[in-house]
Write a protein that binds this ligand. Structure first.
Ligand code: SAJ
Length: 426
C-alpha cells in the first residue's frame, strides 16, 4: 500500500495531481525547482489558473497532507510531471526529465515506484530514465519499479478529466504496471489500460499526431480549393455526411503546446519512416504564412492599409498563446511594415499594438482578419461596426462568422479555402 508520494514538478499537471492524491488520503511532498513557485504555494497562492484548484489545495495544505519544497523527500512512489519543451532543431529537450530523475536518486529505496507523466519521445523511460535510476544501486524492475503514465487532461477541466478520463499505464515490467494501476485507482474512475512503457509513450504521441495529420489534410484541401475553385467548407460539410468520414477544420495553423509539438517527438526517433507526419507538420506550420499571403493579396490595391487582427490565443475561448499561429501572422505582417491593430479580449499579456476594445481595434481599418475562433467574434454585430472602418472587408480564417450576416451588413467576406482571385471593397 502506497502511503507517501513525492511529486516532481508543480505545474499544470503536477500540482493538481499532487492535490488530488492528498485529497484522497495520501501524504504528498510536492517539489518544484523554482523557489518562487514554492514560496507562492507555501502562501497558499497559485502561479497557474485552474478552476477549483485553490480551494482544494488550501484544504490539503491545512490538514497537513500536502507540503511543498524545492528538495525531494523519501516516499513510496515518485511522480515526475515536468515540462518537455521542443528545441530549435525540433527535438525534445529532456533536460527537466533528466534533472528531476537525478534529483530523486539519493532518496530512492527498495520497493519504490517511479512514474513519468511528462510527454516524451518513445523509449525515453527505457533509454534515458532507467540508466539514471540505476545509479541508486537498486535492481530496476525487482527492487525499483518504473512506469510511464502520460497525462491527457485538458486545462480548464482538469479535475473532472483527471478522475473520469481513461488512463494509460506502461510499465517496464508487469509488477511496475500493476503498482502504478493501484496507485492511480486512488481517484481515477476511468478505465486504466495496461501496456509497456514504450507503447504508452507512443499512444500519447499518436493521439496528438492523429489530430495534427487530419488538420493538415483539411488545410491541404483548403489550398486545393483555392487553386481549383470551390468552397472547401461546403465540400467538407458534404463529405462529412458519409458515415466513415470526419474531415477536420482548416484554419490559420495549429497552435498549443501539444499538437504542434508532439509529432516532432516521433519524427525525432524515426525520421525516415515518419514521412506523412513530417509533411503534415510542415503543412500546418505553413498556414500562417498562407494567411499572410492572402492578406497581402487583399490589401494590395489599398494605399497604406490598416489591418485589424482579431484573436491571439491558439484556439477559441481561452487565453493561451503558446505556439499560436496568430503570433506568426502578427510578426510577419509587422516585419513587412503593415499598420496593425490587434484585439483579443481573453489575452491579458501586453502585446505592442494590442488595444482593449472592438471599436478602437477597427477604427480606420481596411480589413478585419479573424484568427481565433472565440465565440465573441462569431457573435460580432457587423452592421454596428461598419462605421468605424475605412473599407469593409472581413477575412474569416476560422469560418465562424455567418457569411450572409457579414455581407448583409455591407462587408465583403473572404475565407481560407474559397475561390480566388479576391476583389476587395475599396
Ligand atoms: N485546430 C484546427 N482544426 C481542427 C481542430 C483544431 O485548426 O479541426 C487547431 C486549433 O485551433 C488549435 C490546434 O489545432 O490551434 C490544437 O487544438 P486542439 O483543440 O486540437 O488541441 P489542444 O492542443 O488544445 O489539446 C490536445 C488534445 N488532444 C487531442 O484531442 C488528441 C487534448 O485532449 C490533449 O490533452 C492535449 O492536446 C495534450 O495535452 O496533449
Amino acid at each position: 500500500m502506497m502511503k507517501k508520494l513525492c511529486v516532481m514538478g508543480l505545474g499544470y499537471i503536477g500540482l493538481p495531481t499532487a492535490v488530488m492524491f492528498a485529497k484522497h488520503g495520501l501524504k504528498v511532498h510536492g517539489v518544484d525547482v523554482n523557489p518562487v513557485v514554492v514560496e507562492t504555494l507555501q502562501k497558499k497562492q497559485l502561479h497557474i489558473e485552474e478552476p477549483g484548484l485553490k480551494e482544494m489545495m488550501t484544504e490539503v495544505m491545512d490538514n497537513g497532507r500536502l507540503e511543498v519544497s524545492t528538495a525531494p523527500a523519501k516516499a513510496d512512489a515518485f511522480i515526475i510531471a515536468v515540462p518537455t519543451p521542443i528545441k530549435a532543431d525540433k527535438t525534445a529537450n529532456l533536460d527537466y526529465v533528466k534533472s528531476a530523475t537525478e534529483m530523486i536518486v539519493p532518496y530512492l529505496e527498495k520497493g519504490n515506484l517511479v512514474i513519468l507523466e511528462s510527454t516524451v519521445p518513445p523509449r525515453t523511460v527505457e533509454d534515458v530514465m532507467v540508466p539514471i535510476l540505476q545509479r541508486s544501486g537498486l535492481n530496476i524492475g525487482e527492487d525499483l519499479y518504473v512506469s510511464h503514465s502520460p497525462e491527457r487532461v485538458l486545462p480548464g477541466q482538469l479535475f473532472k478529466e483527471l478522475v473520469d478520463n481513461d488512463r494509460i499505464v506502461g510499465g517496464i515490467n508487469e509488477k511496475s504496471a500493476q503498482l502504478t494501476v493501484e496507485l492511480y485507482k486512488t481517484f481515477v474512475k476511468g478505465k486504466i489500460h495496461v501496456t509497456d512503457a514504450t507503447t504508452a509513450e507512443m499512444v500519447k504521441l499518436m493521439e496528438n499526431t492523429y489530430r495534427d495529420v487530419n488538420i493538415a489534410l483539411a488545410n491541404e484541401f483548403a489550398r486545393i480549393a483555392e487553386k481549383v475553385g470551390f468552397n472547401v467548407w461546403e465540400a467538407i460539410e458534404l463529405a462529412n455526411c458519409h458515415p466513415r468520414v470526419n474531415i477536420h477544420r482548416p484554419g490559420p495553423g495549429v497552435g498549443g503546446h501539444c499538437i504542434a509539438v508532439d509529432p516532432w517527438f516521433i519524427i525525432e526517433q524515426a525520421p525516415e519512416e515518419a514521412k506523412l507526419i513530417t509533411t503534415a507538420r510542415n503543412i500546418n506550420d505553413s498556414m500562417p504564412y498562407h494567411v499572410v499571403h492572402t492578406i497581402e493579396e487583399l490589401v494590395k490595391t489599398i494605399d497604406n492599409p490598416v489591418i485589424s487582427l482579431f484573436g491571439l490565443a491558439f484556439k477559441g475561448n481561452i487565453d493561451d498563446m503558446r505556439e499560436s499561429p496568430s503570433l506568426v501572422v502578427l510578426e510577419e505582417l509587422r516585419n513587412k511594415g503593415y499598420e496593425l491593430k490587434i484585439y483579443d479580449p481573453y489575452v491579458k499579456a501586453e502585446i505592442p499594438g494590442k488595444v482593449d476594445g472592438v471599436e478602437e481595434a477597427l477604427s480606420g481599418s481596411d480589413l478585419l482578419v479573424i484568427l481565433t475562433d472565440h465565440k465573441v467574434f462569431a457573435e460580432l454585430d457587423f452592421a454596428s461596426l461598419k462605421g468605424f472602418m475605412r473599407n469593409h472587408n472581413v477575412l474569416d480564417t476560422r469560418h465562424i462568422c455567418s457569411q450572409e450576416a457579414v455581407q448583409n451588413a455591407g462587408f465583403k467576406y473572404f475565407e481560407i479555402g474559397s475561390k480566388l482571385p479576391l476583389e476587395v471593397h475599396v
